[in-house]
Design a protein around this ligand. Structure first.
Ligand code: AFP
Length: 326
């Protein structure tokens, strides 16, 4: 008889470490995010049937048009984490300020940052989207956690991961000891281990960037893209960071979202998108920079801090860095 692989909860129980207050906390937190991922996955699959396509009619704090599923996903992830009683502070891409954690703001031991539905403009066309998260241990003690607990570099994260809603639903996480993938078996309603200790694919000539923006890019990025094209690279761009990142992790390549002359800090949010994926990239043997500095060393100066990001195969990220003088 084939042996059933471990599920997410069992695996996370074995992957805790001394940085967690209790050995089961990692499993409880990942399980909460995984549960909300199951719900989001099911809602996405039925979005057309439930009139969940399209805009919620408002823009989020960074000016992006909020989709109906952005709002639903944000509530679902926040509520799942609140029920653990472990989370003292939360911040998401969909909220201007911090999310109210009630009594756990004093007693909870962890801080979670997340983008509930990344790439939400893909929903209406049934293309892949994702959820991204990062987990920190709290810093403050004895009073409600605040921004001081959240505004921290990615190198302080205890765990990070994403859920990819593609042709299958994949949960990926790291707690600082490799990257592990689980696939949602919809019949069992469980995430089962499918890839342990994932390694970033070796060099392959692929770049993922919104090249429509390239006329506004700085010279370094224009020179880089001209170079990779002259070397015969192939372009692949899904328009949802989780999907583009996951594809490159599995098949090789580099994802680039540069700053440009109109938006020097680019589009991506350091806390909700870049720092968690940078942790995953590094744990898989890849790299992530803003062109000159490691993404995980950047200090956010506000919740919605943006940064240029180049992430993927370390050789490709190094090559990119040469064009930026690093
Ligand atoms: P949303 O989470 O607001 O949908 O933003 C998605 C995103 O930040 C990231 O997933 C994509 O890589 C990027 O935007 C795509 O941006 P462009 O449409 O500018 O290429």
């Amino acid at each position: 008889m084939p042996v059933t692989p471990p599920n997410l909860f069992q695996h996370a129980m074995d992957n805790s470490n001394d940085e967690f207050a209790s050995p089961s906390d990692l499993a409880i937190l990942l399980n909460a995010i995984g549960s909300s991922g199951k719900f989001i996955s099911s809602e996405i699959n039925r979005a057309a049937l439930r009139d969940f396509f399209g805009s919620a009619g408002v823009a989020n704090v960074t000016g992006d048009d909020q989709q109906k599923l952005d709002v639903i996903g944000d509530n679902v992830v926040a509520e799942a984490l609140l029920t653990t009683g472990l989370v003292c502070a939360m911040s998401s891409e969909e909220n201007a300020g911090m999310i109210d954690c009630g009594d756990a703001a004093v007693t909870g031991e962890y801080v979670v940052v997340f983008d509930p539905v990344d790439g939400s403009s893909n929903i209406d066309v049934a293309a892949p989207i994702g959820t991204i998260f990062g987990i920190y241990r709290r810093l403050s003690e004895g009073f409600p956690a605040g921004q001081v607990d959240v505004l921290r570099p990615g190198n302080e994260m205890l765990a990070a991961g994403y859920v990819l809603y593609g042709s299958s639903t994949i949960f990926a996480y790291t707690s600082g000891d490799g990257v592990h993938f689980f696939t949602l078996d919809p019949t069992l309603g469980d995430y089962l281990l499918t890839n342990e200790n994932v390694r970033s694919h070796g060099s392959s000539l692929v770049y993922s960037a919104n090249e429509g923006n390239s006329p506004k890019w700085h010279d370094a990025d224009q020179s880089w893209v001209a170079h990779v094209k002259s070397e015969g690279y192939t372009g692949r761009y899904i328009g949802a960071l989780v999907a583009d990142f996951h594809r490159n992790l599995m098949k090789g390549g580099i994802y680039a979202y540069p700053g440009d002359k109109g938006n020097p800090s680019g589009k991506l949010r350091l806390l909700f998108e870049c720092a968690p994926l940078a942790f995953i990239a590094e744990q898989a043997g890849g790299a992530a920079t803003n062109g000159t500095a490691r993404i995980r060393d950047l200090e956010p100066d506000q919740l919605h801090h943006r940064t240029p990001m180049y992430i993927g195969n370390s050789k490709e990220v190094k090559l990119l860095g040469k064009f930026h003088g690093s």
